[in-house]
Design a protein around this ligand. Structure first.
Ligand SMILES: Nc1ncnc2c1ncn2[C@@H]1O[C@H](COP(=O)(O)OP(=O)(O)OP(=O)(O)O)[C@@H](O)[C@H]1O
Ligand SMILES: O=C(O)C1=C[C@@H](O)[C@@H](O)[C@H](O)C1
Length: 305
């Protein structure tokens, strides 16, 4: 309670992802601030084969302070008031450098993109989106597993690319991408409109997290035989071999192994989502300040010549 109050110190407009309607109304709603700052007036999500869904700036909700409205799942996530305050301060340092650029979290299934993404969106007063959920809304099917079953993985991937394309024209969003979004080069073109952050989590920790909740919602893991941990670990190992290099395209990497070693923890499971969100902000800060310095140097050189 106390810790969450710290996040409300700075009031700003916020409408949570629960306000993102689809199908029934035919529109996807976005937060006011995000709509004000978008360069395009109308963005569409949806299945290109079915005709895509429009959402319009005029559909925006009234402004609500982020001290009252939190991303679902982001409640009571900080261990202490101090932890929340430190995170909030860091976000205030990083925010001016972002210039409204979106943050795209990439990483394997279960790496914590949604958990950490909600925390980041909260402290930055950005809106949070989960690209898997946007695909589900666009297709009108309630789960990714069902989309794989009713259509195909390729169909899911086409829709995922469309969603990322639409998001790429927007500002002030934290996006938790699907674990496989990194495999298509075109998706990188979209995600690189913002700042890409790889949550790099050891495979055994991923398999433990996934086994704890079961594999049913993760179609790529569900086909293997065996107990949930063993089948998750085997498939994640194969996927990570295929995708290792693709995740490394991100401009920032948050390695839980490195974090745990620096903090003297024997295991990454000692790291809280707030610790990880803080490390992500540090990595984002070092990327944005480096790029700002390079830009400055080239401006000075340009003026001299
Ligand atoms: N730092 C953490 N420590 C322990 N468990 C965590 C941590 N972060 C996330 N989890 C748990 O791991 C599981 C997966 O987290 P989350 O859904 O955020 O991952 P994801 O990367 O968004 O997954 P996917 O791509 O499959 O949707 C959840 O049950 C979540 O509660
Ligand atoms: O790693 C993957 O390929 C996937 C991850 C999930 O987020 C979903 O996007 C889907 O289950 C595929």
């Amino acid at each position: 309670m106390e810790a969450n109050a710290a996040l409300g110190l700075q009031s700003c407009p916020w409408i949570g992802p629960d306000k993102v309607g689809r199908k029934g109304s035919g529109f996807v709603r976005l937060p006011n601030r995000c709509l004000e700052e978008r360069r395009v007036s109308t963005v569409r999500f949806g299945d290109p084969r079915r005709g895509r869904t429009l959402f319009r700036p005029g559909q925006a909700e009234p402004k609500i302070s982020c001290s009252y409205k939190k991303a679902p799942g982001a409640e009571n996530i900080h261990n202490s008031f101090d932890e929340a305050l430190i995170l909030k301060r860091k976000s205030e340092e990083v925010l001016p450098y972002l210039n409204g650029r979106c943050i795209y979290l990439v990483g394997m299934m279960g790496s914590g993109k949604s958990t950490v993404g909600k925390i980041l969106s909260e402290v930055l007063c950005y809106s949070f989106f989960d690209s898997d959920k946007l695909v589900e809304q666009a297709v009108g099917v309630s789960s990714v597993a069902q989309i794989f079953k009713d259509y195909s993985e390729a169909f899911f991937r086409d829709n995922e690319s469309e969603v990322l394309k639409d998001l790429s024209s927007m500002r002030r969003l934290v996006v938790a991408t699907g674990g496989g979004a990194v495999i298509r080069p075109i998706n990188w073109k979209y995600m690189k409109q913002g700042i890409t952050v790889w949550l790099d989590v050891p495979l055994d920790a991923l398999a433990r997290r996934i086994a704890a909740v079961g594999t049913a919602s993760r179609p790529l893991l569900h086909q293997e035989p065996g107990d949930p941990y063993t089948k998750a670990f085997a498939k994640l190992t194969a996927l990570s071999e295929e995708r290792g290099k693709a995740y490394a395209n991100a401009v920032a990497r948050v390695s839980l192994e490195d974090m745990a070693a620096k903090k003297g923890h024997a295991d990454v499971s000692a790291l809280t989502p707030t610790d990880i969100a803080f490390e992500a902000l540090i990595k984002i800060e070092s990327y944005v300040s480096e790029t700002a310095a390079v830009l400055n140097r080239s401006c000075i050189q340009g003026r001299k010549s």
